[in-house]
Design a protein around this ligand. Sequence first.
Ligand SMILES: Nc1ncnc2c1ncn2[C@@H]1O[C@H](COP(=O)(O)OP(=O)(O)O)[C@@H](O)[C@H]1O
Ligand SMILES: [Mg+2]
Length: 218
Amino acid sequence: MMSASIDLKKIPPKILAKTERFEVSEFLGKGKSGYSFLILFGSGEFVLKVMHNEPNPYYNFSGNKVEYEVRSHNVLEEIGIKVPVLLESSIEENYLIKEYIPGLTGPEVISNGEVTDDIIKSLIFYSMNAKTKGFNLDYFPANFLITSRELYYIDYEINPYSEEWNLENWGIWYWANQQGFTEYLKTGDPKLINEDINKGIPVKRGFEDIVKNWLQYF
Ligand SMILES: Nc1ncnc2c1ncn2[C@@H]1O[C@H](COP(=O)(O)OP(=O)(O)O)[C@@H](O)[C@H]1O
Ligand SMILES: [Mg+2]
């Protein structure tokens, strides 16, 4: 059983054939690697992520995405970053299944004006752990889910550390842009949150004081 809003073409036939195992109930979102769906199995809720190979201006990737995310998941767990539990993966069928995290996405929290000091402190803590191991997370807010208790990094992605794409020079600036994310959630237009849409560089002007204040938690 599927709800009408789901584009079935995005789900590989082999997974569709297995839907007696689970019910695909909602399309959650699409990023640079895959389509994520909320699925119901028994009384539980899970996320099915089906990888795609669509080109992305900010990302060049040539390996196998499932393999890469499974490996990244293991590293993230090892270095103390809160990620959803990985339940199943299939390289042949190009998907993984993970724990569903109920809560608000980063963009929703930013738009609501609910970015608390605790969220920023968790981001900084995660970034310091990752940096120690030579990595950056993808600090773009859509990769985070905020529950009543914790900040989750829901995408299994790590990148080699660089100053340019670290938290303080790049990602944290998105978290300050309430107005931009309110509009971005409505239209999805990247110009609302980026000063350079070709490279994916966030708008910084006007947010210097907020960010400077947050960076004191480092
Ligand atoms: N485990 C999860 N729990 C809740 N929502 C999720 C989960 N995984 C993904 N999502 C939703 O799906 C969106 C895209 O997922 P993500 O893994 O970041 O894909 P991509 O790698 O393509 O960027 C997220 O922004 C989030 O809204
Ligand atoms: Mg993502």
